[in-house]
Design a protein around this ligand. Structure first.
Ligand code: PEP
Length: 248
């Protein structure tokens, strides 16, 4: 059985004292926790987060990385720079990166591949827009977005199905909508890497997850965890979401 994975995406929020306080509160709560927990903070908070989380059950993640080890890429951060800090996960292809910073399937896949080669595990985001859903094209879009994944290593990968219309809107996908998309993605994984690898890949749901809707979403057979944005900023809310994870 797949171990549930709960990931916090702080986006561009927080400061050093807040991340320290947050992890000091969260870590002792995870002693008997069945889930794997990752906290993805802005680049500037990674050193503090990694230091506080050392030796704890919390893994620290970044929210993006470049595909080169170094070079003339002003403003970018390489995967090796992240591993040097003690970071072990990175989110790639988030819809905010795609929408606001022209991220494409191709660049997201390049970033993810470089991250894996540097030893990072990747949370790779995909999902349809509201228009695409209303046109009945959700699975077609997921099929297109996932076509590049054959270049990645399924062992250091979690997919995050994040319908764009559900991110930060307070309107989550229903458990049935999430399950349909996740089952489709697992089928894509089977086609890319075989049934065994597909059975092991964790597929997270992301989009307005709260302590109120998490249990029903995580109860779906192909929903293996959650990528949580807004609600993860509050340690009480994120802890409550973690507690809804089924035992592995
Ligand atoms: C996200 O940022 O990945 C996300 C799912 O945000 P929210 O939980 O706020 O919808």
């Amino acid at each position: 059985m797949r171990r549930p994975l709960l990931a916090a995406n702080w986006k561009m929020h927080g400061n050093c004292s807040r991340v320290q306080e947050y992890l000091d509160t969260l870590i002792p709560r995870l002693d008997a926790c069945p889930a794997e927990v990752v906290v993805c903070v802005p680049f500037t908070l990674l050193p503090v987060a990694a230091m506080v989380a050392t030796g704890s059950p919390v893994a620290v993640g970044a929210q993006n990385c470049h595909w080169e080890e170094e070079g003339a890429f002003t403003g970018e951060i390489s995967p090796l720079m992240l591993t040097e800090l003690g970071v072990s996960w990175v989110i790639v292809g988030h819809s905010e990166r795609r929408r606001l910073f022209n991220e494409t399937d191709e660049t997201a896949c390049q970033r993810a591949g470089a991250a894996q080669r540097a030893g990072l595990a990747v949370i790779y985001c995909l999902g349809e827009t509201l228009q695409e859903r209303e046109e009945g094209r959700t699975l077609e879009v997921l099929g297109q977005q996932s076509a590049v994944l054959d270049r990645l290593d399924p062992q250091r990968l979690a997919l995050a199905y994040e319908p764009v219309w559900a991110i930060g809107t307070g309107r989550n996908a229903t458990p049935e909508q999430a399950q349909e998309a996740h089952a489709f993605l697992r089928g894509r994984c089977a086609a890319l890497w075989g049934e065994g690898a597909a059975a092991d890949v964790r597929i997270l749901y992301g989009g307005s997850v709260t302590a109120h809707n998490a249990q029903a979403l995580l109860a779906q057979g192909d929903v293996d965890g959650a990528l949580v944005g807004g609600a993860s900023l509050d340690v009480e809310a994120f802890s409550a979401i973690i507690r809804t994870a089924p035992c592995a």
